[in-house]
Design a protein around this ligand. Structure first.
Ligand code: 2IT
Length: 449
């Protein structure tokens, strides 16, 4: 490997030795950039890569909240402002008990490339807390969000850093966070957060956008092979907001999602999660806070596989849409044997690096990377920001049209970037290169810091 690239990776491995997820994403992205770095010696002269792998800044703060019995609890909050070269920092907040700096950094790094791919003016950021929302009452969630924002508000703003939701943070949490921000600032600056409710500046289609965008991207992939979504079977993971959007759009286009998963196992529904009742039930499962996919099996009388993952089920398309490192080497082997032709990442970094390499080496398979496939979510967040700054509300049709166009462009840019560097039809490297290029140009133009 190029000596400059390998020295940057070595530095990251040493400096972030206790943050394996962050090291993993840096290795994956940087190894794609080899032909670019070879062609541009000026990047090494300006230590561009060495600068890109360090967040511009990162805050940690204490978040104390009171439970319903009057007990106090202390969590840690984070906000990582990873790269602001092409726009205000933008990215979600994750509330989950495993959150630690390595998770926030890997998500912030991925977000920088993803946001660049959207073609919109948004830099990369991410935040969250090790707060576990499971089993908390509505009042507890509200007090936690208020306390979290009391610390966060001084670091964010519509032109500075614009958080949104991620795992554990949906419209309810965004509402409480925004209410506290407004109270502290004494101003209706609703462009400070996205994923808001429609009544106070949220965008139509934002709830659906990540899942819809993933299916629009998939349509491009299938078209390339002379196929279409209609009639296809899809294995999904998780049952949250993103999976809900995929089920909804897939059903609309005549395809069916046949698996869902949760921390407790997975379900197999041969008829597909296609009816309004079934798709709607995913929202109920999420709102119940139980975090059990078995509830779906109980309600609709389908099979439940405790403690197992859906990978290896015979389907046309795998869309891991739950969380990072869901598919490891062994799961990837099962997918290959199952005969699935399309591996479309949806969750952020759902595949370990060795599993990703294995899948990409299969001549009968097409692999698409999450930073391109799930970019419709944040792209629609940027459309929400545009509406907020214009003091306008766009129709669902208008937002959906723009979302589709953005996804088509991301696909096309990825294909072209890989071809330009002689890599052939490689959607993974293409997305890394195309996302990198815009941030690199902006950083080179803005001087060394
Ligand atoms: O991973 C992601 O892109 C998100 N969680 C959405 C971020 C956003 O700002 O809408």
């Amino acid at each position: 490997m190029n000596t400059y690239l390998s020295s940057v990776i070595e530095h990251v491995k040493v400096r972030h030795a206790n943050e394996p997820e962050f090291v993993q994403t840096v290795e994956e992205v940087l190894s794609s950039l080899e032909p670019v770095v070879e062609k541009h010696p000026e990047y090494e002269e300006a230590d561009l890569l060495g600068r890109m792998v360090e967040p511009e800044r990162m805050f940690t703060f204490r978040v104390v909240w009171e439970d319903d019995r009057g007990g106090f609890h202390t969590n840690i909050g984070y906000r990582c402002q990873f790269n602001g070269a092409i726009g205000p920092y933008k990215g979600g907040l994750r509330f989950q008990k495993d959150v630690y700096p390595g998770i926030i950094k890997f998500l912030g790094f991925e977000q920088t490339f993803k946001n660049s791919l959207t073609g919109l003016p948004i830099g990369g950021g991410k935040g969250g807390s090790d707060f576990d929302p499971a089993g908390k009452s509505d009042a507890e969630i509200m007090r936690f969000c208020q306390s979290f924002m009391q610390a966060l508000y001084r670091y964010i703003g519509p032109d500075v850093d614009v958080p949104a939701g991620d795992m554990g943070v949906g419209a309810r949490e965004i509402g409480y966070l925004y209410g506290e921000y407004r109270r502290l600032k004494g101003a209706f600056e609703n462009g400070v957060l996205t994923g808001k409710g429609f009544s106070y500046g949220g965008s139509l289609i934002r709830p659906e956008a990540t899942g819809f965008g993933a299916v629009y991207y998939l349509e491009n992939v299938l078209k390339h092979e002379g196929e279409s979504v209609e009639g296809k079977t899809i294995a999904c993971a998780g049952f949250g907001n993103v999976t809900w959007g995929i089920c909804k759009k897939a059903a609309e286009l005549g395809a069916k999602v046949v698996t869902l998963s949760g921390p407790d196992g997975y379900i197999y529904d041969p008829d597909g999660v296609v009816t309004e009742e079934k798709v709607g039930y995913l929202l109920e499962m999420r709102n119940s806070g139980r975090n059990k996919v078995k509830d779906y099996a109980d309600k609709f009388g389908v099979e439940f596989f405790p403690g197992e993952k859906p990978w290896g089920r015979e389907v046309d398309i795998c869309m891991p849409s739950a969380m990072q490192n869901d598919v490891d080497y062994r799961q990837a082997q099962r997918i290959i044997v199952s005969g699935a032709k399309y591996y479309i990442e949806v969750a952020n970094m759902p595949t370990t690096n060795d599993a990703l390499k294995l899948l990409m080496s299969q001549p009968h398979m097409t692999v698409a990377p999450s930073k391109a496939v799930n970019a419709g979510g944040v792209a629609t967040s940027a459309l929400e920001m545009a509406q907020n700054s214009e003091r306008l509300v766009w129709t669902a049709g208008e937002v959906d049209r723009q979302l589709r166009q953005i996804m088509d462009t991301i696909y096309k840019m990825s294909v072209e970037a890989a071809a330009q560097y002689g890599l052939g039809y490689d959607l993974v490297s293409g997305a890394n290169i195309a996302g990198f290029q815009r941030v690199a140009d902006a950083m080179m133009a803005q001087g060394v810091f």
